[in-house]
Every structure is written in structure tokens, then in C-alpha cells.
Design a protein around this ligand. Sequence first.
Ligand SMILES: [Zn+2]
Ligand SMILES: [Zn+2]
Length: 206
Amino acid sequence: MKVVRLVAPPLENNVYIVYDEESKEGCVIDVAQASDEVFSFIRNKDLKIKFIVSTHAHADHTAHNKKIKAMLNNSILVMHEKDAILMKALFDLKYPYIHEPLEYQEPGRYLNEGDALNFGKYELKVIHTPGHTPGSICLYEEKEKVLFSGDTLFQGTYGRVDFPYSSEEEIIKSLKKLSKLPRETLVYPGHGPETRIGLEYWLFSL
Ligand SMILES: [Zn+2]
Ligand SMILES: [Zn+2]
């Protein structure tokens, strides 16, 4: 499974393009404000993007959902239902780091715990990890032992819980859930460098 990371300014969002090199099927995780860069990569590689995934509702991750959806007509925008209302509400606000009008994109399908996103020979399993937001999700590829952790788990720490609708209690439960994954699992977070479950020793004493 090929994982390509682009870093989108100004909040250094990690944007992941994940694909199967054989079938060229793939998905985009958290497009942020990088729709042009993502699209030119996809066009160069001639990828067939099946899913545009939002790990949660925050605008730094979802700002270009409508733009990328327009560029990748055959793909479907997916996210957890519990962040749907929040995402819509957040698109009505202004942000110092977004210098263009925000355009809301309705998701094409809502995800739940245990749902699978299939592309080529890979399958990303949805793990519902509320806390940073009510509908935050992580995506786990079991054969490859790779986790996309959004803003739930970062190298050395976890996502902020001082936002409206965040819950410290919930994120602790979610992190305990992630600590049960194999220790060698490679973690690609929504910001900052990658890590492994087993290197985040603090997870095991929560
Ligand atoms: Zn966030
Ligand atoms: Zn973020």
C-alpha cells in the first residue's frame, strides 16, 4: 500500500493519498487546503480515487472537500455521522487561516464503527474514536498494520479537547482502544511526524 503525505499550510495539515499501485485505486484522507496539489498528483499517477475521507469535521481538514469532490467526480465523500452537523456549522464561520470563501460539501455516505473502505487489495477499517470531536475516526489497514489517526493520536500526545463538543473522557477511552492495536502499527497522524503504537508508551498507562 502506497502512502503519500503532503503537508498543507498554514496549520501543517497532513494530507494522505493512499493507493494500491497495481489497480491504481485509492483514497484521499483529509484534503485540507491542498486540492490543487492533491489533484495534480492523482492526475500524474492516473489514480482512481474511490473515497475522499474526512477524519473529523474541523475546517483545517475539510476546507477543500467541495473543490476536490468537483475535481474527482467519481469519488464519494465519507465521514462519521456524528460530525455531520458540526461540519456544516463550522463552514459558516470565518478562520484566520482560510483566505477564500468556504464551500460546504454534503457527504455522500456516513461511516460507522467497523465499516470498511475498499480500494484495490486494501481495506481501511473505520474505528470510531470520539473525543477530539464526537465523530472523529481513525482508519486501520490490518494487513499492512497502518493507522491513520486524524487528530486523535499524535507522536507523543493526543488531540486538543478544549474545543466545543470535545471530550477528554471520550478521547481517553478512544486512545485506550487504539492501544490494543499491534505495537508495530505505523501511525500517520493529522499533523506532525508518524509514529508507532508501541513507541507511544504513555498509551499503555492511561
Ligand atoms: Zn481537529
Ligand atoms: Zn487538525
